[in-house]
Write a protein that binds this ligand. Structure first.
Ligand code: ATP
Ligand code: MG
Length: 397
């Protein structure tokens, strides 16, 4: 008998044609997360097994809880025996240290040549347990312990505790996306939701020094690190110095259109970075109706400058729903730190709610934005934010 971690894929298994891509990606991702650990990996019909070489099961289980694409991660025991009595002895050996009064047995038999069906295996194993441990009762509805057994072709295994995985798809199976990451509450949540669907993210952050501070940037890098936990251990952040463009907008554009045009510039730059980095989509934290630039009219006029899909995972969530997720993924406390963002420095008193495309286009002729965009991209700073810090951002730990 040996201890092992059993991984169930859940939703992955519905992707018949792509199943190998999914499992290979998952396996590679797990390797990235567990790169400091030695372990054996084994595959058997619809399951992956991780067998740590040292006794670091708990640490590894904790890490796997943050890996997308895992439906369940169970700590169990593998045995070569498929004989019910000897299997029963091994199960009893482990059960005797547990304190419980009710239980049930649940069996799956992927080896269909095994002579006894699942129901009967459960029933027999229930009998063995009742006979050997005094004062136990079977409770099929609400048992304190579930003895899960799977009979496979070359071995069987069993486990008692079910640990929920994060679900979703393995990061990267969907390709890459570029997250517009600000210091607010919404964009980290949007990023998390995109990663959940298998999108590997890079991020772009617009800063406007000296109007925005280094602390605002550090805050964004801190959020990036929180996302790195889900994004296969790192997040590459492209930092754009937006000051010249923003100052030109402020100087030349009628104030009610400041935000609309600023956001059109952000979109233009983001799209170009996306193409350079092979990202197929933009992802942002816009939410319908939240502010003037997020009315349907505003979104439409802003979206007009790009021809790649813009995914807005939180578009239809209420702020309170977004905050709930932010708390769950531990970005909330960082997001509410009070550092000014480039979107908030030059907010006009009356931003336009129904901007007109023709006016945007007319006003934009007042600034040489093509050259400014090229410069901004040429001068961008790229920071690879890693879960395990190897660079000089030790302050983010
Ligand atoms: P909040 O949670 O306060 O609403 P926010 O980040 O959502 O913060 P918004 O002004 O609503 O701020 O911006 C909408 C979206 O635009 C953000 O979710 C983000 O995706 C993108 N964005 C805004 N500012 C920046 C920035 N400085 N850099 C990169 N993306 C930004
Ligand atoms: Mg917002």
């Amino acid at each position: 008998m040996r201890k092992l971690i059993i991984i169930k894929y859940g939703e992955l298994t519905t992707k018949k044609g792509n199943i190998n891509l999914f499992i290979n990606t998952l396996s590679k991702n797990i390797k990235a997360y567990l790169n400091e650990y030695s372990y054996e990996e084994k595959h058997d019909a619809g399951r992956m097994f991780i067998i740590p070489e040292d006794n670091d099961y708990d640490e590894i289980l904790d890490i796997l809880k943050h890996v997308f694409g895992l439906h369940e991660i169970n700590l169990g025991y593998e045995t070569k025996t498929k004989d019910l009595d000897s299997l029963g002895n091994e199960i009893l050996e482990l059960l005797k240290d547990k304190d419980f009064a009710t239980f049930k047995v649940q069996t799956k038999r992927s080896d269909k040549t095994y002579p006894i069906n699942s129901m009967d295996i459960s029933r027999k194993m229930g009998g063995i347990i009742l006979k050997n441990i005094p004062n136990l009762k079977v409770d099929v509805n609400n048992p304190e312990i579930i003895v899960n057994i799977e009979i496979r072709k070359d071995f069987s295994y069993f486990y008692f505790d079910v640990i929920d995985g994060l679900g979703g798809y393995p990061v990267g199976v969907a390709g890459k996306g570029l997250l517009m990451l600000s210091g607010g509450i919404d964009s980290p949540v949007a990023g998390y939701m995109a990663i959940k669907r298998g999108v590997k993210l890079e991020a772009v952050y617009f800063e406007s020094p000296p109007h925005t501070s280094d602390q605002a940037k550090d805050k964004v890098l801190k959020l990036a690190k929180k996302l790195a936990l889900y994004n296969n251990t790192y997040l590459k952040v492209h930092v754009i110095n937006f000051t010249p463009i923003q100052e030109a907008i402020l100087k030349n554009i009628p104030h009610e259109y400041l935000i609309t045009i600023m956001r059109r510039m952000m979109y233009r730059i983001s799209k170009r970075i996306a193409l350079m980095e092979n990202c197929k989509i933009l992802v942002n934290g816009e939410s319908i109706g939240q502010v003037a630039s997020q009315t349907l009219n505003s979104m439409s006029v802003i979206n007009h400058v790009v021809d790649i899909p813009v995914i807005r995972p939180v578009a239809c969530l209420d702020k309170l729903e977004i905050i709930d997720i932010a708390k769950k993924i531990d970005t909330y406390e960082t997001s509410i730190l009070p550092f000014i963002d480039c979107c908030t420095i030059f907010v006009p008193d009356h931003p336009v709610i129904n901007p007109e495309l023709s006016k945007c286009e007319e006003y934009e002729t007042l600034i040489p934005y093509e050259d400014m965009i090229k410069d901004a991209i040429k001068n961008k700073e790229v920071i690879k934010v890693e879960l395990k810090e190897q660079n000089n951002h030790s302050d983010l730990l």
